[in-house]
Design a protein around this ligand. Structure first.
Ligand code: PMP
Length: 360
């Protein structure tokens, strides 16, 4: 029995992908071995990784002058890799701070010796807002502008791509990767952990404009050096092979279900329906300003927090799982990534309506 899994990550994956992986787990490509057991340097796996990259390029519309890297260490590894590849110690960098993940990225950039200027800070709104497009300016000399298009904990999503002028724009797309069409050419670097929309945890998918390679610090460990990794096709060492394999399956599933345009429409419809139900009720509330509401992570509170435990227990019994909000904000959070279909959202709304009718 499959449940509707609203986890923020690792998150629900598409059933056809899981079934395909299960069906070929013990004998992959007639090798008599699973993909978990083959060499990353063998012809089969090299082809598998190349296919995942080609599918990513095609699905996401990655221009030819960008490199795609499959790296271990998740998005957090890239919090450190970004300053190591794009700055010298003491260089200035600019950040938009819209939530806990922005804040973590800022902390790591500082630890790496970058001089961080936060040019828009939404902490005063308890991270329920994004800055107005015209309200910040990238300072002269900044090596990049970093932002988090979708904040997974706060459920805050930018309704626009920030204008960084000639400065490279760096985006932590972890919780919105491949959720709708995106103009990659606006970015210097896009990166994110895979465990929401791209597959299993541990893998970071980095898309970097070629002219940003070739300037790593002399002391950056090879494992974090994008230039080395690009030269080695992400195989300096043993890469997270199973995650790359599964990423490929997910990309083909996206192609088979209409590509990013169709995905974006489905995601917008799902989010609109859930926000609609929250807004129509006096019992449920979402704290985020309307224009910055996330399509992927939807936090909501109950009018009476004393009912939270009841709500969660009833949801679990109804096959709606992982709805507890992040420990730092409380309440509930429904993460409705690509693999969550409208049936799951409808089942959640039915449950919420019934809970309100009987308990409110
Ligand atoms: N950035 C964002 C926006 C995230 O949601 C997460 C994980 N939830 C991370 C970074 C950290 O990712 P990882 O655990 O893969 O390092």
């Amino acid at each position: 029995m499959r449940v509707h899994n609203f986890s923020a990550g690792p998150a629900q994956l598409p059933l056809p992908v899981l079934e395909r992986a299960a069906s070929e787990l013990t004998d992959w490509r007639g090798s008599g071995m699973s993909v978990l057991e083959v060499s990353h340097r063998g012809a089969d796996f090299i082809e598998c990784a190349a296919d995942a990259e080609a599918a990513l390029r095609s699905v996401a519309g990655v221009p030819d002058d960008y490199r795609v890297l499959f790296l271990a260490g998740g998005a957090t590894g890239q919090f450190s890799a970004i300053p190591a590849n794009l700055t010298a110690r003491g260089d200035a960098v600019a950040f938009l701070n819209t939530g806990q993940w922005s804040a973590k990225a800022i902390k790591e950039a500082r630890r790496a010796g970058a001089v961080v200027e936060v040019i828009a800070d939404e902490a005063a709104s308890s991270y329920t807002t994004t800055p107005d497009p015209g309200s910040f300016a990238v300072p002269d000399g900044a090596r990049y502008l970093h932002y988090t298009p979708n904040e997974t904990i706060g459920g805050v999503e930018f309704p626009y791509i920030p204008d960084a002028g000639d400065v490279p724009l760096v985006a932590d797309l972890s919780s919105a990767y491949l959720s709708r069409p995106l103009d990659v050419s606006r970015f210097g670097v896009i990166y994110g952990g895979a465990q929401k929309n791209l597959g299993p945890a541990g893998l970071a998918v980095v898309i970097v404009r070629e002219d940003l390679l070739g300037r790593p610090r002399a002391d950056v460990p090879a494992i974090w050096d994008w230039t080395v990794m690009a030269a080695k096709d992400s195989m300096l060492n043993t890469p997270p092979t199973f995650s790359i394999y599964l990423l490929g399956l997910i990309l083909h599933w996206i192609e088979d279900t209409g590509g990013l345009a169709a995905m974006g429409e489905r995601n917008a419809a799902k989010a609109q329906r859930l926000y609609g139900a929250i807004d129509a009720s006096d019992f449920y509330a979402n704290p985020v300003e309307t224009r910055s509401r996330s399509r992927m992570n939807i936090p909501f509170t109950l009018a009476d927090p004393a009912l939270d435990a009841d709500f969660l227990a009833g949801a679990e019994a109804a096959g709606l799982t992982n709805l507890k909000g992040h420990r730092s904000v409380g309440g509930m959070r429904a993460s409705i990534y690509n693999a969550m279909d409208m049936d799951g959202v409808a089942a959640l709304i039915d449950y919420m309506t019934e809970f309100e009718r009987t308990k409110a």
